[in-house]
Structure formats: C-alpha cells, structure tokens
Design a protein around this ligand. Structure first.
Ligand code: NOJ
Ligand code: CA
Length: 533
C-alpha cells in the first residue's frame, strides 16, 4: 500500500482558546494561531538544517472545536456546525488560517462532534418543541419507565444519561452533559445533515477530521439496560466500559455510519479521519480501521501507563499485535482531557522522564500526536476555585501557551487571560528557543530525526528481548536503515549490550561519545537512539 501523508505526519493538537490571543480579549483565537504558524513549521527550516532552526517541523494541526457553542463543555457542545465561535474569529479568519497553513505545508484537521449537539442548537430546539415536530426523531426521545428514566444508562460525566423534558413529557438521551443531547444516527436525515457539515468544511479546504466519541454514535435499537458493573473486582477503565456501555456504545451498526462519513471524505483527494474510539473490547479497535472506515484511531494507552519499562513495552506490543503490520497506529502522551504527562510523571525527575517520553513518542511505529505546550514541558496548572471553568475539572491541562517571560506569558495583552497561566519565567518558548539543551530543542531534533530516517518513520517495530527489567529497548528497521532505541526507566545507570552503532541522539546532556558497541552504559533516565552500522 502506498504511504499516505497522515502516516508520515507529526500532528500537533491546539486548544484554540489557549494558543495565542491576537485581539487582546484574553481568549486565544484563530488569528493568534495564524500569527504563530512559523513556530510550528515555517515551510523552510526543514531540510536546510539539522533541526536547529526555529521551527518545530509539525505537519498537521488538529484544532479542538472552533464552532459556536454555549461552552457548557467548552466547544464539545456545538450550536452551529457551519460557523466559527465569535470568540475565536470568523469564517474569513478561518480561511486565512487554512491558506497560511497550507502555504507552509501544514495541514488542518478539525474536531467534528457528531454524537451530540448543544441543547441550544436549532435542531434540538425544534426537536424539543413538540412530540410531533419533524425533527423530534433527530434526537433520542423515549417515554419513562414507571415514572423514572427509560433505562439504566449513565452519562460519562456522571448520573443518568436521561433528562426529563416536562413540556413534552418525554426523556432525551445525553451521553455527556444534559446540555449535550445525543443525535439519532438511525435517522437518515441526521446522517445526511452531518454529511453536509463534513462537505461544508472539506469545501473550505480542511484536510480531515478528528471525530469525537465516534463509537458512541449508534445505540442499541431496543435501548436495553446495560449490565451491572461487578463490584467485587478491581476493573481498569476499559474493563468498566465493557459493562457500562454494553448497549450504549460500540454497536455493530456504527460501522455503517462511519463508512458513510468515509464515502464523503473519499469524494475529495487526500482527506483523513482520526477517530476517538474507546472500544468496549480492545480487540475491536482494528474493526474501525478497515479500508472503508477510519484511517486512524487514537490509542490512549500511554495516557494510562505507569512509568515502568514493562508497562510501556506491553502497551506497545498490544497495539502492534492488535493492529498487525498493515494497520497504522497512533500514539499520544497528553491531550485536553487528562493531566499533562510531565505532571503525571511526578516531581523530582519529571523533566528527565518527559524527555524520555518524547523520544518514545517520536520513535514509535505510528503517527505521533503532540499536545500544544508539551514541547516546552508545560506542566498542569493548579486552578484556584474562583477561576475554574470546566465542569469536569480539566482546566489544568488547557491553560494558555507560555510564549515568553512577559506578563501573561506573551499569550495576551489583556490584563487577565481566560485561564490562569503556569510559571512563565521558568518555562517559555522564547527562553527555550535560545537553548540547545531545552525540551523544545529536543522535540525539534526528534521530529527532524524522525522525518529524515526511513527506519523511524516507516520501519518495522521489534522489542529487544535481552534488556534489563527497567529498560525498554526496541528496533525499528527499514530495508535501508536499522535503528535501535534504548530507554532507561530507572534512576540508576544500566548496562546493555549493543551492536556497533553510532549515536543519533541521547537525552543525557553530558554524553560525549558518538559511537558505541559491546557492553555499554545507559545513564539514569537516559533515552538513546542508535544507528546500527
Ligand atoms: C471527548 C472529548 O475529548 C471531551 O473533551 C469531551 O468532553 C467529550 N468527548 C464529549 O464531547
Ligand atoms: Ca482573542
């Protein structure tokens, strides 16, 4: 199979309200993103330098939702799919962002949230207005069961997934907040309406979509109760899902809906979809990646991995075996829903661990997704009670980008940003741009290395069996090149056996050698990339 652009791309997720504020109202916006595109990829640096230029070398941006929204779930509650939230800009500023990004070789992928709308969306207002409204069946309305909710389904955000509408005497389903009613994708008019949304953005030049909770779009036709979660066992989050969503997610018919989206995409050249898929059974992940469905699905395993070589190793091997050599995985360390990884990795040597994690992310067989700010080691920010915005407590990983040491980190000229910033004196882009040993410099070099290495970008993956317990060693091999990656998860040096090799990169800042061979030493928390001669 010919390689596709999204296999070779390094993605960068931007939370639009927090990247850069161009008009001084304290909220990040599209013009702010456009103004900082050169930071991500100036379209020039790559190929000219060894990664020491100013630009990161990003190939594609995923924008968290930009549509009008009452912001109950910060944009994941869309009230108009075909416009831009006024805080963020206009369709004209969006068009300019796309044009400027494309000029630099950066693709733009939008967040598509089809499972639910805002309760303020015109479709839902109509649907709610009466039982006989033509759009009534666009949402999932049911009669109650003995005066209570129609079944036992619960919302991912807690409580029942059903809300009673006193005016019409029926209940509507919301898999998330009550302000986010679920659409009915068994209704062909809804399917057609969502296809029109997809076409609207493709016609404007977007290169694809990140599709929110895609496996949840279809529910059991009979609305059967989900089984009780066994209380006597310690279940992982994924094991819980198998019970909690038996009939409310991951139903066989969802694949028809996805195929329909794909047919629309395939009407345009080189477009892609990456789905947020939480399958009830990990084995069904591959079912979403068939030739006529999603090109990519998120793989959240690193987000839940403890800091242990064996844990990362088993997660990588699980993905490799679930997907097989032909499907193309993805890897993610952080996103807008979970605490940032540098914070998850603890206090004292968190930075060294985050450096190792960066090397891991960017040497995997699979597309890496970087979350804005991780390239400068931005940690989660503690949010004072009176500044909290998100009902689910996720503000700490969504704080404004720290560009400079200036007031409000150079993010805004307003006196206050929409969310508080972290310590901008300690961590900011400007400072790291001038420092060859910074986290930013490491990301830049890693991205450059990945792009210019056949083995790293498209080679096979194989775990090295002979590694100390607290080290993860693996091989990436292409016909023309062999690379070995060695990561020492322990806080003490470890001896490893290596073939004769030259060092492509090490996170150990005092390592001076450029060749290794035989029994060699990995420093504490060192990540090392070797080119086998
Ligand atoms: C997943 C998104 O990543 C999350 O931020 C959102 O709250 C839910 N889907 C609901 O749309
Ligand atoms: Ca603004």
């Amino acid at each position: 199979m010919a390689r596709e652009w999204w296999q070779d791309a390094v993605f960068y997720q931007i939370y639009p309200r927090s990247f850069a504020d161009a008009n001084g109202d304290g909220i990040g916006d599209l013009n702010g993103i456009t103004a900082h595109l050169d930071y991500l990829n100036d379209g020039l640096t790559d190929g000219l330098t060894d990664g020491s230029g100013a630009s990161l070398g990003i190939d594609a941006i995923w924008l968290s939702p930009i549509n009008p929204s009452p912001l109950s779930d910060w944009g994941y509650d869309v009230s108009d799919y075909c416009d831009v939230h006024p805080d963020l800009g206009t369709l004209a500023s969006f068009d300019r962002l796309v044009a400027e990004a494309h000029r630099r070789g950066i693709r733009i992928v939008l967040d598509l949230v089809p499972n639910h709308t805002s309760d303020q969306h015109a479709w839902f207002r109509e649907s709610r207005s009466s039982r006989t409204n033509p759009k009534r069946d666009w949402y999932l309305w049911r009669r109650g069961r003995d005066g209570a909710a129609p079944n036992n389904w619960s919302s991912t955000f807690g409580g029942s997934a059903w809300e009673f509408d006193a005016a019409s005497g029926e209940w509507y389903l919301h898999s998330f907040l009550r302000e986010q009613p679920d659409l009915n994708f068994r209704n062909p008019e809804v399917v057609e309406a969502m296809h029109a949304v997809i076409r609207f953005w493709l016609d404007r030049g977007v290169d694809g979509f990140r599709v929110d909770v895609i496996a949840q779009m279809i529910k059991d036709a009979q609305f059967r109760d989900n089984p009780e979660v066994p209380k006597d066992r310690n279940l992982t989050q994924l094991e819980r899902l198998a019970y909690e969503q038996r009939y409310s997610s991951d139903q066989p018919e969802v694949h028809d809906v996805i195929r329909g989206f794909r047919r629309v995409l395939d009407g345009y050249p080189a477009r892609m979809m990456v789905g947020e898929v939480w399958p009830r059974d990990p084995r069904s992940l591959a079912d979403y990646l068939r030739a006529d469905e999603l090109q990519q699905a998120f793989n959240f395993r690193f987000l839940f991995s403890p800091w242990q070589a064996s844990a990362f190793r088993s997660r990588i091997e699980e993905v490799e075996s679930l997907l097989g050599p032909d499907a193309w995985p993805t890897y993610t360390l952080s996103n807008h829903d979970f605490p940032r990884h540098i914070t998850r990795y603890g206090a004292s040597n968190a930075e060294a661990r985050a450096r190792m994690a960066a090397v891991l992310l960017l040497t995997m067989r699979g597309t890496p997704f970087i979350y804005y700010g991780e390239e400068i080691g931005m940690p989660n920010v503690g949010i004072p009670a009176d500044r909290k915005r998100d009902p689910m407590g996720r503000d700490g990983c969504r704080t404004p980008m720290q560009w400079t040491a200036k007031r409000n980190g150079g993010f805004t000229t307003a006196s206050e940003a929409w969310l508080p910033l972290g310590d901008c004196n300690a961590i900011n882009v400007e400072k790291q741009l001038g420092d060859a040993s910074s986290m930013l410099a490491l990301y830049r070099r890693m991205i450059h290395l990945r792009k210019h290495s056949r083995a790293l970008s498209e080679g096979t993956y194989r775990t090295e069996a002979h590694a100390p317990d607290d080290c993860l060693i693996f091989h990436r091999e292409a016909p023309t090149q062999r690379v070995m990656v060695a990561l020492n998860f322990s806080d003490a040096p470890r001896r490893i056996e290596v073939p004769r090799a030259s060092i492509l990169l090490s996170t150990d800042r005092i390592r001076r050698d450029d060749m290794l061979g035989g029994v060699s030493e990995l420093s504490a928390n060192e990540a090392l990339i070797l080119k086998i001669s």
